[in-house]
Ligand binder design. Structure first.
Ligand code: SF4
Length: 441
């Protein structure tokens, strides 16, 4: 976003007050803070309007494909390094289904992709797009496969360099697929397909980044705004170099011709696996995988989760009363905080004891036991309230709660507030299995 002075220079400077601010400078300051819309001034020239919209646009354009809640959002990033702030849109991971294998295989592949989901630290991690490649299949088969893909929930990438076949396939999709791809050889025809279908367009096949930028500018001038760039990346080193250069040019230099999300398409070799990991780390917005082995896809999904977790916001689990095993009313009740790492560590250690238990997760805004205790977010009062809210005494009739050894100081007050027997457990989570064997059954 431009500064107030940069905006002011483009305003008419009539100081007429029609925008409800006494001067153009006052209006510019409000505009810079996103408190008003430019339309409030009726005298802004079309040139100034275009310049302000351009300078206020994010350095990497937000490009969305797919429809509804499952639509894939790419770009709109503002940082080069995650530790500077955060990254916003996780790399979209998609699997490529080749029409050359036949429609039945494509349909089976669609079901397979939906099954690529697992839970990690309380979050659902999944493959989030599917790509349909024309390959050597006819335009009719490609269009039929596109229709099948677009009728399910995941965002779709249509892969063909034949503009006519692409137009036929795009016409079968209502869910705004990403069109892959325009090259120097077909860009005019592909731009027409993107414009008539309203779909975002991948631009690639350029020998270098300068040429890639020129192609993107050409498509933009012809009326395609939503563009995804595919830089040349025949080796892992080239991928890393080109992706980093694009990101730097967009974010540090605000170089508009390269200010778009990026895509990397992988084959099946080991070097493709390396390129996939590099792409997730730096800085592919979309990675399409050509049926890579699952033992690679799952770690890649975990890597993505790590990279795109906001380092300033702890991962949390939902507060509540959880079961470990199949506890009864004779089973012990323990508590911990809703910091995800703490919860899963404690839970795993209770499981190791092979004894069922109730695990009460207290809301500490995602802080660990000691941090929350020191910050006053984990108190006898907050634990007592959680016991009452979750109706703990109805679930376990032991009238006993086991507390982490690190917060033994709260035992007296907690006993007073809840009238439950308070047992001080182990200081470290790793001591839980041994401690649980000492509890009366
Ligand atoms: Fe300035 Fe426009 Fe506001 Fe008038 S309406 S004071 S010209 S910004």
């Amino acid at each position: 976003m431009p500064t107030a002075m940069e905006i002011y220079k483009l305003l008419p400077k009539k100081n007429c007050g029609e925008c409800k601010f006494p001067t153009c400078l006052a209006f510019a300051m409000q505009l810079a803070n996103l408190k008003v819309a430019l339309e409030a001034c009726p005298y802004v020239s079309p040139e100034a309007k275009a310049a302000l919209e351009e300078s206020g646009a994010p350095p990497v354009r937000l490009v969305t494909f797919g429809a509804g809640e499952s639509a894939a959002k790419t770009g709109d990033e503002t940082q080069l390094f995650r530790h500077d702030k955060t990254f916003y849109h996780p790399t979209v991971l998609g699997l490529v289904l080749d029409c050359a294998q036949g429609l039945d295989k494509v349909r089976a592949g669609l079901d397979d992709v939906k099954g690529l989901v697992f839970e990690r630290v309380g979050q659902q991690v999944r493959v989030d797009a599917v790509a349909v490649k024309q390959s050597v299949a006819s335009a009719d088969v490609f269009a039929e496969a596109a229709e099948a893909a677009c009728s399910q929930a995941l965002p779709v990438v249509l892969m063909s360099e034949d503009a006519k076949a692409m137009a036929g396939a795009a016409a079968k999709c209502k869910s705004r697929p990403l069109l892959y791809k325009a090259t120097p050889a077909n860009i005019d025809a592909m731009v027409e397909v993107a414009k008539s279908s309203g779909c975002p367009l991948v631009i690639g096949g350029a020998p270098n980044l300068d040429e890639l930028g020129h192609l993107a500018e050409k498509a933009k001038k012809a009326g395609v705004q939503d563009i995804v760039l595919e830089p040349a990346a025949s080796t892992a080193a080239e991928l890393l170099q080109n992706m980093t250069t694009i990101r730097r040019a967009a974010i540090r230099k605000k170089h508009r011709p390269l200010g778009y999300p990026t895509i990397a398409v992988l084959g099946r070799s080991q070097s493709d696996q390396l390129r996939g990991a590099l792409g997730v780390m730096k800085y592919s917005s979309i990675v399409l995988m050509d049926d890579l082995p699952r033992e690679f896809v799952y770690p890649l999904m975990a890597l993505r989760q790590n990279i795109f977790t906001d380092p300033q916001v702890p991962i949390q689990v939902k507060p509540g009363l959880y079961t470990v095993g199949e506890p009864t009313e004779k089973s012990p009740v323990m508590f911990t905080t809703n910091f995800s790492l703490t919860y899963f560590t404690v839970r795993a250690d209770i499981e190791k004891s092979k004894m069922p238990a109730w695990l009460l997760v207290v809301d500490t805004e995602g802080q660990s036991v000691m941090t929350a205790f020191a910050a006053g977010k984990l108190t006898p009062e907050s634990v007592a309230k959680a016991i009452e809210t979750e109706k703990v005494k109805e679930k376990s009739k032991r009238n006993e709660i086991v507390i982490p050894g690190m917060v033994s100081r709260m035992s007296g007050k907690l006993n007073e507030l809840t009238e439950m027997k308070v047992t001080v457990g182990s200081r470290e989570s790793s001591g839980i299995p041994k401690m649980m064997r000492t509890l009366s059954q």
